[in-house]
Design a protein around this ligand. Structure first.
Ligand SMILES: Cc1ncc(COP(=O)(O)O)c(C=O)c1O
Length: 444
């Protein structure tokens, strides 16, 4: 039983704000769709494999503008049932556990991805790769790939799946969240992105980039534009363009974080051949593109501009405000007790005020490191027990099966979207109390 009488504040839940869910946008779009048989009939039947053309077209226009990519087109996209479902389909088509060697995951990682890899035959073959301020530790990844290439026999193993002529199996998989990462909030630098693409090409690796937070970007100097080129765009342009018709990157996008996860709709962008192969995934061929109905509703909201309005004038201003308040509270209640802000490049106190405005430029999370004497998992338990505050911590973000390689002992993730503003600040204030007591016990 929690000793505190205060209401529970959940800073763990990586969900969108319930008070901001776009119900009127969805109501208007559904109304239009369902009142017109030429729209409603196809939306309620099986759809084409790559997804309904209405969403493919409107989305490709939207993405071209947001990412400044003249090459984005419907034929490079597939509509999915969200990033999780899509990850499973990508693995079904483009990996074979008796041929594909390992899955290299940036650690701390989006923990729920681990089970999707395990379901697809990679249990015991998830390899943790640390990240530094620029993103994935490329030197370590290179060493690991080189080490694993030398293992005897593996590359001669016979694949058990039967890829179609428009499909292939990659020898390695690299999984990352390059922009506004979950959980660290970091954005991989441009240089690191280029190194990563080159490494993937060298080792026949497919980079699966969960780009699910990209659209939530609020740096005032670049409103309405992406924080960074996606890895899939770098693969398109780097060193003369893709080195194989499949490319080496698939961008995994989602409407979950911007409209609502209940819609279960997302998209991928890749080369045309990769997209074709992905759209021929068995479950898609049998059932048609997933989320045919909700995808058609979303297409309608893009067509009218309601989606763009909602994102630019409702969601982004609200999340920008929440992130700023959360940062201020972290500065006030946590930093004095020795906490380091990981999401920010240099959380040295002298520089912090200067960095604050640019510190969190998007996404859902702030990630902090507790002082070395404190264990994050124990701290989270204490926060829940004493103060009714829930946070994600330590073990939650380790790569399953390879925890020892990159142990997460001191990391704590604070989500600033789920709770309303004053509750975020109050939650962080309570975390400060727990921290103060814990530090007092260490005698420092
Ligand atoms: C990095 C990352 N990928 C995927 C997802 C899940 O996305 P979807 O709801 O589209 O399946 C999340 C949700 O938290 C996430 O943080």
């Amino acid at each position: 039983m929690p000793s505190s009488q205060d209401p529970v504040i959940d800073l763990f839940q990586g969900w969108p704000s319930p008070s901001l869910l776009p119900t009127s946008l969805l109501q208007a779009a559904s109304q239009t769709l369902l009142s017109n048989p030429s729209l409603s009939t196809p939306s309620l039947l099986y759809g084409p494999d790559p997804g309904p053309s209405c969403l493919l077209e409107h989305l490709s226009q939207y993405l071209s503008k947001f990412y400044s990519t003249s090459w984005t087109s419907s034929s490079r996209l597939t509509i999915t049932g969200g990033a999780s479902q899509s990850l499973a389909c990508i693995l079904q088509v483009y990996s074979d556990p008796s041929y594909t060697k390992n899955v290299y995951m940036v650690s701390p990682t989006y923990f729920l991805a681990c089970r999707i890899f395990e379901d697809n035959g990679f249990a015991g073959r998830l390899v943790a790769v640390p990240e530094d301020q620029e993103g994935i530790d490329i030197q370590r990844l290179e060493e690991l790939l080189a080490r694993d290439d030398l293992e005897n026999g593996w590359l001669d193993a016979r694949a058990t799946k039967r890829p179609l002529p428009c499909q292939k199996h990659f020898k390695n998989i690299i999984y990352c969240v390059p922009t506004f990462s979950n959980p660290s909030g970091k954005t991989m630098s441009l240089g690191r992105r280029e190194q990563l693409v080159r490494l993937a090409r060298k080792h026949d690796a497919l980079i699966i980039a969960d780009d699910v937070y990209d659209l939530l970007h609020w740096n005032p100097a670049r409103l309405g534009a992406a924080a960074m080129p996606r890895l899939v765009d770098i693969d398109h342009t780097l060193d003369g363009g893709v080195s194989s018709p499949y490319g080496h990157v698939v961008s995994n996008g989602s409407f979950s974080k911007v409209l609502g996860p209940g819609l279960r709709t997302g998209w991928t962008e890749s080369t045309e051949l990769f997209a074709l192969g992905l759209s021929k995934c068995g479950s898609t061929r049998s059932g048609g593109s997933p989320s045919q109905f909700t995808a058609s509703i979303i297409a309608e909201s893009l067509r009218t501009g309601a989606f763009q309005q909602y994102l630019d004038h409702v969601l982004i201003p609200a999340y920008r405000q929440r992130s700023a308040m959360a940062l201020e509270a972290v500065q006030r209640y946590l930093l004095p007790h020795g906490v380091v802000l990981v999401t920010i490049k240099d959380s040295n106190k002298a520089n912090l005020a200067r960095q604050m405005c640019a510190a969190v430029e998007g996404g859902y999370y702030i990630y902090i490191q507790l002082p070395k004497l404190l264990d994050a998992t124990r701290f989270a338990e204490q926060a829940a027990r004493q103060e009714n505050v829930i946070v994600g911590s330590g073990e939650n973000f380790e790569v399953v099966g390879d925890e020892a390689s990159v142990p997460i002992k001191h990391g704590v993730r604070i989500c600033f979207t789920w709770e309303d503003e004053h509750r975020i600040v109050e939650g962080i204030r309570r975390l400060g109390k727990v921290l103060e007591q814990a530090m007092a016990k260490t005698g420092t």
